[in-house]
Design a protein around this ligand. Structure first.
Ligand SMILES: NC(=O)c1ccc[n+]([C@@H]2O[C@H](COP(=O)([O-])OP(=O)(O)OC[C@H]3O[C@@H](n4cnc5c(N)ncnc54)[C@H](OP(=O)(O)O)[C@@H]3O)[C@@H](O)[C@H]2O)c1
Length: 277
């Protein structure tokens, strides 16, 4: 389903935001509208998108296109990929739609988590690749991927969701690596717990989250955009001291020269020799 609320003025790159009907995506929509960007808003709930579109058009005078789509449905996902590829005004993708399932792996079936993989991994990947190619052809653009701190810290909530967000962190860096030569900026945002509907939707219930670790969604998006404006590739809005992230990165980079070699490390060679004896 497609609907358009228009003014006659095209101001800046159009921003396509997935999962814009509520939560983090809806705040991104408001913030980019305030900055004067026209928008394409994607989610399943047409009515919520339309209410938001009307509000943003009235408040900021920006054009807002509504694309109601279930991004776990292949043909609807492909429609959004095509839109990114074919609309020359779209220059920013906020790859935000995501879902969590708060269940342990033991006692669950693979089907319980399929929508997490379909939305957080498959849809984010396909839209990211579509945007990278389209923006590279157009001479530039930006991709903002919503990951999670669970992507680097399975200890505080792993499962399929944490795995999907680890994928988003690494995939964002691959997009950044290839995009840099084509003036395509990529940012991975790693929110901690944020006050949105996601908690109730996941089955965990927001009342079970310690308020001391729960960030207001407006603060989260404003911090993420400050990181975006500063040109960060990875933004962790909660982290007080950026030196901690830099130390983490330095430790990771120290591994690089030794991660692929033509012989096993000596500690394993000893064990192999013992087994052969
Ligand atoms: N909240 C947190 O604590 C937190 C922490 C770390 C990372 N994140 C990440 O931040 C992103 C946004 O999360 P949020 O907290 O804002 O979640 P939310 O409040 O549950 O909103 C999720 C958005 O995604 C849309 N969506 C869900 N399933 C969809 C589907 N199949 N197709 C299209 N759209 C779909 C929803 O709209 P419809 O229902 O209308 O489709 C909604 O607009 C996610 O990637 C999430 O993993 C959140």
């Amino acid at each position: 389903m497609t609907s358009t609320v228009t003014t006659s003025t095209v101001i800046k790159d159009t921003v396509l935001i997935t999962g814009a009907s509520t939560g983090i995506g809806a705040v991104y929509a408001e913030r980019f509208a305030k900055r004067g960007h026209n928008l394409v808003l994607v989610a399943r709930d047409f009515q919520r998108l339309e209410n938001l579109a009307n509000r943003l058009w009235e408040a900021y005078g920006v054009n807002v296109i509504i694309e109601a789509a279930d991004l776990t449905n292949r043909s609807e996902l492909e429609r959004i990929e095509q839109l990114i590829a074919s609309d020359p005004h779209i220059g920013v993708l906020v790859n935000n739609a995501g879902v969590a399932v708060a269940k342990p792996l033991i006692g669950s079936t693979p089907d319980d988590f399929q929508k997490v993989v379909d939305l957080n991994v498959t849809a984010a990947t396909r839209l990211g690749i579509a945007a990278l190619n389209a923006f590279a052809k157009r001479g530039g653009g930006a991709i903002i991927n919503l990951a999670s701190v669970l992507g680097i810290a399975h200890e505080i909530g792993g499962g399929v969701y944490g795995g999907s967000k680890a994928f988003v962190v690494n995939f964002s860096r691959a997009l950044h690596q290839e995009g840099a030569a084509h003036n395509v900026r990529v940012q991975a945002v790693l929110p901690g717990a944020t006050r949105t509907e996601m908690w109730d939707r996941s089955g965990r219930g927001i009342e079970n989250v310690d308020p001391a670790i729960l960030m207001d969604v407006h603060d989260l998006v404003d911090a993420a955009l400050a990181g975006f404006d500063a040109g960060e590739v990875v933004t962790i809005p909660s982290l007080p001291d950026v030196a901690d992230w830099q130390a983490f990165e330095a430790a990771r980079l120290k591994l690089l020269p030794n991660l692929s070699r033509n012989t096993p490390a000596p500690r394993y060679r000893v064990k192999l020799a013992e087994q052969a004896a």
